[in-house]
Design a protein around this ligand. Structure first.
Ligand SMILES: [Zn+2]
Length: 419
């Protein structure tokens, strides 16, 4: 069986900068995404505290939701019945869903997130699986990995569930996002080299099964908009494993069904981010798009784009906003600080978001002090706009040849010296 992506989907590269940066356009049945692009996260089919209309107005081109959370609640069948994720949440544009693997294994085992900027080398990470598993004292292990899939307990009520590559595909087809990710095994930097090799081989075999099931479901669900499936490259901090995974998944072809793009996942230390992404993008097919999972820091975005990543997602802009932390051109600040009590001016004079064009920092400082919900809404709009706009400016700089100058200027202003 051969399944070709219809003409309504694809990726076109418009311009390049440096060794690997590129600007392009991803086409989906629900519209186009100009890349590089930051994709805000709406875990449970909502960007917390913000209307989809506001997300559209602040320039978000797509929303990424979480297959694990939506599987547990309200269930992918219900979302399918509603017409898919976008129709369900009143978001007419493109959508992404992740495979659920990260949440199954990380929430299931209760271990610390180890992606990019949130990695804390001082804290021992825990993994969900394997002989070098190390469960936090006093915590029950909630996820078990075997060659066929993962058995885990719901974080909501403790019920036992099982994900396999086939089940992840069925869930993601039910959710109906334009871009889906293959089911992969998440490892951490604390796993042994031997374990990383075995996990990578398991992820390779799961990738093949995802392609087969994806082709079957695409043929079965005639009349539904075409959904792209992107393979996920693992391999932790090992150059040979990362390159091998990228070559394997880049060349993978199951009876004519290939990956439409790729995700770069797993354990990445901030200082190795650019190096690891570059290993992977050197091996991947140039003409297919790449998504880097879980970054939004200013320096990380420039580093990832320079290394050849096209789209990114991260929960941080909304998560920190709800805790009163906001991004400004000159760095991240906390609005509960006394200096904002009488700042009758926007959070950031250079920001064009709805919040900064209508409200003062003094007012938002008051909202946080008074524990008013509107504080979360206003700060999330600001932070999401900040990251979306920065990545849009990065795109423009690739198109007009000023990427390096923009990187120096923006990281210099944000951190005090260029990065
Ligand atoms: Zn703003």
């Amino acid at each position: 069986m051969t399944v070709d992506a219809p003409d309504a989907t694809g990726f076109a590269i418009a311009a390049r900068a440096g060794d690997a940066a590129r600007a392009g356009v991803i086409t989906t049945p629900h519209g186009q995404i100009a890349t590089p692009a930051f994709i805000p996260v709406g875990t449970k089919a909502t960007v917390k505290a913000v209307l989809p209309e506001s997300m559209s107005r602040l320039g978000a081109q797509a929303i990424l939701a979480n297959a694990y959370h939506l599987y547990l609640q309200p269930g992918h069948d219900l979302v399918d019945e509603a017409g898919g994720l976008g129709a369900f949440m009143n978001w007419p544009g493109p959508t992404y869903t992740d495979s659920g693997g990260f949440q199954v294994m990380s929430l299931g085992a209760g271990f610390k997130k180890v992606l990019s900027s949130e990695f804390s080398g001082g804290e021992k990470a825990r993994t969900a699986s394997g002989e070098d598993d190390d469960v936090a004292a006093g915590k029950e292990r909630l996820a078990h990995v075997d060659d066929d899939g993962v058995t885990f307990r719901s974080f909501i009520n403790g019920d036992v569930h099982r994900f396999t590559p086939e089940i992840s595909m069925q869930i993601q087809h039910g959710l109906g996002a334009d871009i889906m990710f293959a089911f992969d095994e998440l490892t951490t930097l604390m796993n042994s080299r031997g374990y990383q090799e075995r996990a990578l081989e398991r992820t390779r075999l799961w990738a093949e099964r995802c392609l087969v099931e994806h082709a079957r479901l695409t043929a079965e669900r005639v009349g539904k908009p075409y959904q792209q499936l992107w393979g996920v490259i693992q391999g932790a901090q090992y150059e040979d494993l990362r390159r091998r995974a990228a070559r394997d998944l880049g060349a993978m072809d199951m009876d004519g069904q290939r990956f439409d793009g790729f995700g770069i996942g797993g354990a990445l230390e901030k200082e190795n981010l650019g190096t690891i992404v570059r290993w992977v993008t050197e091996e991947l097919p140039d003409e297919r798009p790449r998504h880097l999972l879980g970054i939004s820091e200013v320096d990380d975005l420039f580093t990832a784009v320079a290394a050849g990543a096209d789209t990114f997602d991260c929960v941080s802009p909304s998560r920190v906003a709800r805790n009163s932390a906001v991004y400004t051109r000159t760095g991240r600040v906390n609005l509960t600080g006394a200096r904002y009590k009488r700042q009758f001016a926007p959070i950031d004079e250079t920001c064009d978001c709805y919040t900064c064009t209508h409200y003062t920092a003094a007012y938002i400082h008051h909202l946080f002090r008074a524990k008013e919900m509107l504080s979360s809404t206003l700060c999330t709009i600001h932070n999401e706009r900040f990251v979306v706009r920065l990545v849009d400016e990065i795109r423009a700089s690739i198109l007009d040849g000023s990427f390096d100058a923009l990187r120096e200027e923006r990281t210099g202003a944000y951190y005090g010296s260029p990065r």
